[in-house]
Design a protein around this ligand. Structure first.
Ligand code: SF4
Length: 177
């Protein structure tokens, strides 16, 4: 009688998820894709008053291959969209995306032909942070929400999806390849 028969497949994978997700949610490495004024508030989260290191997400990485959380901070225009897509594609699984501020989330008040009306037209987004710019507290709140989301994920699901856009998302993303 094998282990799987004794404990059941779901028991084994649930315990694996808990252990792996615990490690993942306390060791985020961010890639800051900073394009505009929101960057000032983003930087303040690293200072001692807010101290993002308390959440295990201290060091930004400036190579997408070394990062697992993509922070898109500021306005993204149509010319920059393929660059954002390329950066996202270069990140290894598992990876998550945070949209920082209204410009990244919806274009903000730049409702014009040159501005992407939300980065979720290019890449999948896990957490949206409202504000123009968002307060540092909102960034920490988003990080806690992302930790909660990661802790509920299944390692097997993440492997199966491969982070690729699917359905209508794939059609939108194809425009920026
Ligand atoms: S949301 Fe506001 S602060 Fe952030 S990039 Fe847009 S205009 Fe600037």
């Amino acid at each position: 009688m094998g282990l799987e028969t004794v404990f059941g497949h779901s028991f084994l994978t649930t315990r694996l998820d808990e252990a792996v997700n615990w490690g993942r949610k306390y060791s985020f490495f961010q890639y800051p894709f900073v394009t505009a004024c929101c960057g000032m508030e983003y930087m303040s989260v690293f200072a001692s008053a807010y101290d993002i290191a308390r959440f295990g997400a201290e060091y930004p990485r400036f190579s997408p291959r070394q990062a697992d959380v993509l922070f898109v901070v500021g306005t993204v225009n149509e010319k920059l969209a393929p660059v954002l897509k390329r950066v996202y594609d270069q990140m290894c699984e598992p990876k998550w995306v945070v949209s920082f501020g209204v410009c990244a989330t919806s274009g903000g008040f730049y409702d014009n032909y040159a501005t992407v009306q939300g980065i979720d037209k290019i890449i999948p987004v896990d957490i949206y942070i409202p504000g123009c710019p968002p307060r540092p507290e909102a960034v920490l709140d988003a990080l806690i929400k992302l930790q909660a989301k990661v802790s509920k994920e299944s390692v097997l699901d993440r492997k199966a999806s491969g982070g690729a856009a699917t359905g209508p998302m794939a059609v939108k993303a194809a425009k920026y390849k």
